[in-house]
Design a protein around this ligand. Structure first.
Ligand code: ZN
Length: 553
């Protein structure tokens, strides 16, 4: 029995026993060794001992640093948590183009100011506010405006700063942030904490045997702090901002008493963009005849930051040309440059250049005459990035769905380049690669997903696992897809044949001028009795479909 217990003890602890034995032996040997030294050497050795220990410790630290650096792949930086407290000078007047969100934010300000009154009547006090929307649309600005308008201090931090490789670092930064906020709230009566990119720590927590990752502990700390505010009745409001969809965030964050109030901030609409252009143009010398509503129309789906960028870029271009003020031409160039990159001189041989001109004109004519919702605003055969030319178009207004007619028109526009090449040169080039990819994607989705083929096949077949779709059905669906493309091809061919005079005209204009602007395009179509009276169609899905018709190398 005893024997077994000793054996078991040995089996459980043999590593420790060996280490202890080794250390004891080494220390005894060292002591014996030291004692046998003559007193002079003994003193010298003892004197060196602290230094030796210190050096050992330093070496160990360097070793650990190198190992961690190698594991994480970057040189380790121990940053101090940058909590920014700012003298906020943004007001609601500076927030442009997002009127709906502004209204809601003003309401929040009222609630913050009226806290005592709300408490008296038993209303709900705001603790957490979540701003959701695409980047560059003014979330930070709006948060600052709330602080300024409510007259309370504002501290901010990006959530990505919380995320560190050391476990517990994130949580301690959250603690520090709230500590600072509490101090400010004590001094000024209230405080706003702004946490940008909150999704960096707010993602759904993962549960695993090991207890999840650093994000979890950081988020837990945030939740603890937020709940603490409720208990202590502290006057601190937390504003979180994110570009990520709400569904990514952990449910716990959205519970009552936490981020239970949301403001959705979307890209500015037409009026919003006009307001933004007015605002930014006030800061630069510009040609007073510039049509601002046209600028706004040409920038569908752009954010406030994009618009600021366009104005700055246009001013820069004008300065480079040593002009007195910014003109339309500069804006046009600025938009091209931001969307497509800088023009570069690529020497095309005569035939290729001509082919590009026919190709782009093919897109242009189909777009202008057949497309129900899109307006063309530039045609170009100047090389930019990977494209030899482009026809830029955009819906006249924001659309959130795509109709069948529109989807068909998109396909036809894509095929326009191919058809034009074929009609003129009786051959085609690989320059249609991108066009075909898009045309195919549209036709495929129409049949497989949206029931927009012949009405024989309804439903979204893409959600059925491939193994469960019979080969026969697949064949039929693909057949339908091909039929759509063929039909579109036929229509485009008929159209281009019919309008061949206009085709030749545009080709010669493009070859001569390289780029045609909206006005020039419009004028030429008008000469041939075509005017751009697009009925405003009930609109429609797709992400922005501009730059559809670039011609890759
Ligand atoms: Zn093309």
């Amino acid at each position: 029995m005893w024997n077994r217990k000793v054996k078991m003890f040995w089996m459980n602890h043999w590593v420790k026993i060996l280490i202890i034995f080794g250390v004891v032996t080494l220390v005894s040997l060292a002591i014996v060794g030291l004692l046998s030294l003559e007193s002079y050497y003994l003193h010298m050795t003892l004197a060196q001992l602290p230094l030796t220990l210190l050096m050992g410790a330093i070496h160990a630290l360097i070793f650990a640093y190198v190992i961690i650096s190698m594991q994480t792949g970057t040189l380790l930086k121990l940053k101090k948590a940058p909590i920014k407290s700012e003298n906020v000078n943004a007001t609601f007047d500076d927030v442009k183009g997002i009127d709906e969100a502004k209204k809601e934010a003003l309401e929040v300000v009222e609630l913050i100011k009226d806290r005592t009154r709300i408490k008296k009547i038993g209303g709900k006090i705001i603790r957490g506010l979540l701003m959701i929307g695409p980047p560059g649309c003014g979330k930070t600005l709006l948060a600052k405006a709330i602080a300024k308008e409510s007259g309370i201090p504002f501290i901010s931090m990006a959530a990505s700063e919380f995320v560190e490789i050391f476990v517990g670092m994130g949580a301690s930064r959250v603690r520090k942030l709230f500590k600072k906020a509490r101090r400010l709230a004590y001094g000024y009566g209230a405080c706003i904490i702004f946490i940008d990119e909150i999704d960096a720590i707010g993602r759904g927590r993962t549960y695993s045997f090991m207890g999840g990752g650093e994000t979890n502990t950081t988020q837990n700390q945030l939740l603890v702090e937020m709940d603490g505010l409720k208990e202590r009745e502290e006057n601190i409001i937390i504003i979180g901002a994110t570009n990520a969809p709400e569904s990514i965030l952990d449910k716990a964050l959205l519970r009552p008493g936490r981020f239970d109030r949301k403001i959705y901030i979307d890209r500015p609409g037409l009026e919003g963009r006009e307001e933004l252009f007015h605002h930014y143009l006030r800061k630069v010398e510009h040609d007073p005849s510039i049509d601002i509503s046209r600028l706004a129309r040409n920038t569908v789906y752009k954010s406030a930051a994009d618009i600021e960028n366009i104005v700055k870029e246009a001013a820069l271009i004008a300065t480079r040309k040593s002009k007195e003020h910014v003109e339309w031409e500069d804006f046009s160039q600025a938009m091209d440059r931001i969307d497509m990159g800088i023009k570069h001189k690529r020497k095309l041989n005569e035939r290729e250049r001509k082919m590009t001109a026919y190709h782009e004109t093919g897109h242009l004519i189909v777009l202008y005459i057949l497309h129900p919702t899109d307006d063309v605003f530039k045609a170009s055969i100047a090389s930019r990035g990977g494209a030899l030319g482009a026809v830029l178009h955009q819906p006249r207004e924001e659309l959130f769905t795509t109709s069948k007619e529109q989807a068909l028109a998109n396909i036809k526009v894509c095929l326009g380049g191919y058809v034009a090449e074929n009609l003129k040169f009786s051959t085609t080039t690989t320059g249609v690669a991108d066009d075909f990819k898009k045309a195919m994607a549209h036709a495929h989705a129409m049949v497989w997903k949206f029931g927009m083929g012949s009405n024989d096949y309804l439903g979204d077949y893409s959600i059925i696992p491939e193994s469960q779709i019979s080969n026969e059905l697949k064949q039929k669906l693909n057949q339908e897809t091909q039929e759509i493309l063929q039909k579109c091809y036929q229509e485009v061919e008929n159209l281009l044949k019919k309008e061949w005079t206009i085709m030749e005209r545009f080709v010669s204009e493009l070859l001569e001028k390289e780029e045609l602007e909206y006005d020039e395009i419009e004028a030429i179509f008008a000469e041939y009795g075509k005017n751009n009276q697009k009925g405003k169609q009930e609109a429609t899905i797709t992400a922005p479909m501009n730059r559809d018709c670039t011609k890759p190398l």
